[in-house]
Design a protein around this ligand. Structure first.
Ligand code: NAD
Ligand code: UFG
Length: 346
């Protein structure tokens, strides 16, 4: 515990959705995060709220870009950083198809810049936000970590390239501790309703879109396809509460510190339970007390029928499993949206 309090965890992208929830869990577990974020998709207000929720003065925050090597050098010199959690990245699949170079530059180039800075400063512990997208269109479900990896769009390919880069780094330097945490579909918000997901523009993802229909921003949800080979014809995904996801990161960090896991760790963070779009519509309607209007439209290009995790490896290696179910995901998402109808009001 003493060592944890003395050293710092650099959290890139820590003002964002998953990063802010993880900062909160880190502080509540006795760690001291320092955040680097360029705020291209977030607001520093999230960190002010994290500090208030944790009863600390502030979460140390540097506005800036992970591609700025000189800035990274200054941060590594200023703080006794021992570990890095790396959330910073662009994540919109459609945008990545239209602007592939921006995705390779920010995600792949940004990670390269970060890892090079870590190497310059002798920091060898990295927990990286990978994604179930690295499984491409899986041939069967549930998905295990040893399934073949592929990409169906530039965003997914950027995650694959980063995974490959980190695997090569581990091959060359087995002392590096590198976690590839493959998230399934993060949803929900902190139960306080003070921090949550605040996407810019029209949400690409299902849950924030439903939440904005519930709060009256949009008239109805468009359900992308009802002719998939799934029980009700709509797409099935493994939705995971963001608080569970954040706790998974703290477990991975603690396991690296304790040396109880292999130095190269690729694990799924999901619940193992698949829900359809219509299951989500129903559950959210129950959480907010009114039905969610929707219309059926055609499939969205690139969507797979069904994607859910086999979460056994995370349980085995990290002693972690998701604890919050669908009703908590919808309740907390609704709490956040209702209390902050326009998000953080950037
Ligand atoms: P988010 O957009 O809320 O958070 C990402 C943060 O990174 C933002 O605060 C943004 O301002 C910052 N950022 C982006 N590029 C940066 C740069 N070059 N330098 C500094 N800061 C930068 O997204 P999120 O949902 O919290 O996702 C976090 C990570 O998890 C991302 O890498 C994403 O690809 C990955 N992931 C997300 C999901 C999901 O559905 N939310 C699923 C799988 C993986
Ligand atoms: N959907 C709708 N209407 C919407 C939005 C989504 O019907 O307005 C459907 C989709 O067709 C899909 C399901 O809801 O069946 C979930 O869609 P999301 O966009 O929320 O999530 P995806 O599983 O498509 O994608 C997410 C991340 C990607 C990541 C992928 C795999 O957004 O970044 O999981 O990890 F690559």
């Amino acid at each position: 515990m003493v060592a944890q309090q003395q050293s710092r965890v650099l959290v890139t992208g820590g003002a964002g959705y998953i990063g802010s929830h993880t900062c909160l869990e880190l502080i509540n577990s006795g760690y001291q995060p320092v955040v680097l974020d360029n705020l291209c998709n977030s607001s520093a207000e999230s960190l002010r709220r994290v500090a208030a929720l944790c009863g600390v003065d502030a979460v140390p925050f540097q506005q800036g870009d992970i591609r700025d090597g000189a800035l990274l050098d200054r941060l590594f010199e200023q703080y006794p950083i021992r570990s890095v959690m790396h959330f910073a990245g662009l994540k919109a699949v459609g945008e990545s198809v239209a602007q592939p170079l921006a995705y390779y530059d920010n995600n792949v180039g940004g990670t390269l810049s970060l890892v090079q800075a870590m190497q310059r400063h002798g920091v060898q512990r990295l927990i990286f936000s990978s994604s179930a997208t690295v499984y491409g269109d899986p041939c069967t479900v549930p998905i295990r970590e040893d399934f073949p990896r592929s990409a169906t769009n530039p965003y997914g390919r950027s995650k694959l390239m980063i995974e490959d880069m980190l695997m090569d780094l581990h091959q060359a330097g087995p002392d590096w501790q590198l976690a590839l945490l493959r998230y399934f579909n993060p949803v929900g918000a902190h139960p306080s309703g003070r921090i949550g997901e605040d996407p810019r523009g029209i949400p690409n993802n299902l849950m924030p879109y439903i939440a904005r229909v519930a709060v009256g921003w949009y008239e109805q949800l468009s359900v992308f396809g009802n002719d998939f080979p799934t029980p009700d014809g709509t797409g099935v995904r493994d939705y995971i509460h963001v608080v569970d996801l954040a706790k998974g990161h703290v477990r991975a960090l603690a396991a690296f510190e304790a040396g109880t896991v292999p130095n190269l760790l690729a694990v799924n963070l999901g619940t193992g339970q698949g829900y359809s779009v219509l299951d989500m519509v129903q559950a959210f309607g129950e959480a907010c007390g009114r039905p969610i209007p929707y219309q059926m439209v055609g499939r969205r290009a690139g969507d797979v029928a069904s994607c859910f995790a086999d979460p056994a490896l995370a349980q085995q290696l990290l002693g972690w499993r998701a604890e919050l179910g669908l009703s908590a995901m919808c309740r907390d998402s609704w709490n956040w949206q209702y209390a902050n109808p326009t998000g953080y009001d950037r």
